[in-house]
Design a protein around this ligand. Structure first.
Ligand code: AMP
Length: 223
């Protein structure tokens, strides 16, 4: 049987977390749990959560911890995650979220936290060119030569720019990352679960690096 995994991927917006989490989720056959995707789905459906989250997201702010913790606690209880594990993308984003996650996962603790490291200048360039399928969330990079309208190769949905990928919102999110999310890297480093992986390179190169790090760590920690 393919072994599952219980993983968190950290990294600046635009570091390629979404793409790499989708790949790792296929490789280990575990759900890719992206809190950004969950919130965008709520916005698209116009639920109470979506109405609350939309304004915060468009400004590049953070949705309150208690709301996010509730969403993730519920999602991790579902059978796919409780039996095989998860690749968490976009959560935790603050130390209180990480502390709550440790409580939620007491019986099945997270095995490894990976910080996908890409410099700020490079993610700024990537985010300006980022496009996303409105329906399935597949990420694309615009070259400027795409047909308009642009349809997703995976599901045929509309490929658009995220409403929070404006220069102001991107800068705000990157600033928040430094103040709120960077402390998480120290938090997990102290716990001994952190690995830092270079996120610069082609998607295939980065996936190979990630899987190598996960497997190497497993060999070291498996008796
Ligand atoms: P992402 O797709 O991960 O970049 O998330 C998009 C937006 O959703 C973020 O800029 C936040 O406004 C919100 N969001 C996603 N995950 C979280 C989280 N764990 N805590 C607070 N806000 C979040």
């Amino acid at each position: 049987m393919i072994p599952g995994v219980r993983l968190i991927l950290l990294g600046r917006q635009g570091a390629g977390k979404g793409t790499q989490c989708a790949r790792l989720s296929r490789h280990y056959v575990v759900p890719h749990i992206s809190t950004g995707d969950i919130l965008r789905a709520a916005v698209a459906e116009g639920t109470d959560l979506g109405l609350k989250a939309k304004e915060i997201m468009d400004e590049g702010g953070l949705v309150p911890d208690d709301i996010m913790i509730g969403i993730v606690a519920e999602r991790l209880q579902r059978p796919d995650a409780s039996s095989r594990g998860h690749v968490l993308d976009g959560f935790p984003r603050t130390v209180p979220q990480a502390e709550a996650l440790a409580e939620i996962t007491l019986e099945r603790p997270v095995e490894m936290v990976i910080d996908l490291e890409v410099p700020r200048e490079l993610v700024l360039r990537r985010l300006a060119a980022r496009r996303v399928c409105q329906d399935c969330g597949t990420n694309y990079t615009a070259s400027g030569f795409e047909k308009s309208p642009w349809f997703c190769d995976v599901c045929g949905g509309d490929v658009v720019q995220r409403t929070d990928d404006t220069v102001e919102a991107i800068n705000r999110r990157l600033d928040l990352y430094e103040t709120q999310t960077k402390p998480l890297i120290d938090y997990y480093d102290r716990q001994g679960t952190l690995a830092v992986v270079d996120g610069v390179g082609t998607p295939d190169e980065v996936t190979t690096r990630l899987i190598t790090v996960i497997e190497t760590r497993r060999q070291v920690t498996t008796p």
